[in-house]
Design a protein around this ligand. Structure first.
Ligand SMILES: [Mn+2]
Length: 232
C-alpha cells in the first residue's frame, strides 16, 4: 500500500491519467497531490474532475493548495482589486476556457463543486517521515508552518533550511520547475539534504521541463511521464 506524491499538474489531465496508470494506483494506496491543479495547461477542469472521480470511487487522494488555487480564490473576493489580472496573466485564461467560459469571465462563474474543492485544500501534510507543502518553507519565520504565504509561493529557500527544526523529516515540495535529473540528484542526496522538489515542469513542455513526476514515498522511487497533452 504505497504512498505517492505528485505536484503541479497545471491542467495536464491526460498526462496525469497516464502517470496514474504508470504507477498503477490502487484504492489501498494513498496519493498526495501538492497543488497547482489548474492554469496554463489545456484541461484544468479535467484534472479536478479526475481527482473528484477518484475520491468518489474510494481512492485515498489528499490535496494541498497551490498558489494558483489561492490566486483563483482571491479573485472571488471583490475587495481583492487587481487580483484577477494577475491570475489571468498566470494561466487563468486556460482555466476559464476549460470550463467553457469566456476569457474575461468572472471566475465566480466556475461551477460550485470546483470552487468548493479549492476551498477544501490543505496547506501541508505529514506522513511518516515526510512533510509535504506546495512551494517550500520559510525557515527564517518563527514557525515555518504558520507562514502560509511562503508555503504557497517561496522559492530558493534551501540555504535557510533549519535541520534542527526539520528534526529528521524530509521536505517534499513542488512549485519551482526543474529538470528530472535535478530531482533524481535530490533523491540520491535525500539522507543528507532532506529535501526533494518533484515539480518537473510538465506544463511548460520545453527546455527539459516537460515531465510529470510521481514520487513513491514508500520505496523512494521516481516515475516520470513526459507531457501527453494534445497540442491542438
Ligand atoms: Mn506553484
Amino acid at each position: 500500500m504505497p504512498q505517492f506524491a505528485i505536484s503541479d499538474i497545471h491542467g495536464c489531465a491526460q498526462t496525469f491519467d497516464v502517470l496514474l496508470n504508470e504507477i498503477q494506483l490502487s484504492p489501498s494506496d494513498e496519493l498526495f497531490l501538492l497543488g497547482d491543479y489548474i492554469d496554463r495547461g489545456p484541461d484544468s477542469k479535467g484534472v479536478i474532475d479526475k481527482i473528484l472521480a477518484l475520491q468518489k470511487d474510494g481512492y485515498r487522494v489528499q490535496c494541498l493548495m497551490g498558489n494558483h488555487e489561492e490566486m483563483l480564490l482571491e479573485c472571488l473576493d471583490p475587495a481583492a482589486f487587481g487580483m484577477t489580472d494577475l491570475w489571468l496573466k498566470n494561466g487563468g485564461k486556460a482555466t476559464l476556457k476549460s470550463f467553457s467560459l469566456p476569457e474575461d469571465a468572472n471566475p465566480a462563474h466556475i461551477p460550485k463543486i470546483y470552487l468548493d474543492f479549492m476551498h477544501r485544500l490543505h496547506l501541508y501534510f505529514e506522513a511518516g517521515p515526510y512533510l509535504m507543502v506546495h512551494a517550500g518553507l520559510n525557515f527564517k519565520a518563527p514557525e515555518p508552518l504558520q507562514d502560509l504565504n511562503s508555503m504557497l509561493w517561496i522559492r530558493g529557500f534551501y540555504q535557510d533550511i533549519d535541520y534542527d527544526w526539520l528534526n529528521g523529516r524530509i521536505l517534499v515540495h513542488g512549485h519551482t520547475p526543474q529538470i528530472t535529473e535535478a530531482t533524481e540528484r535530490q533523491l540520491q542526496n535525500l539522507p543528507e539534504k532532506q529535501v526533494i522538489n518533484i515539480d518537473t515542469g510538465c506544463v511548460f513542455n520545453k527546455h527539459g521541463r516537460d515531465t510529470l513526476t510521481a514520487f513513491n514515498l514508500t520505496d523512494q522511487k521516481l516515475t516520470f511521464v513526459k507531457n501527453q497533452e494534445n497540442q491542438s
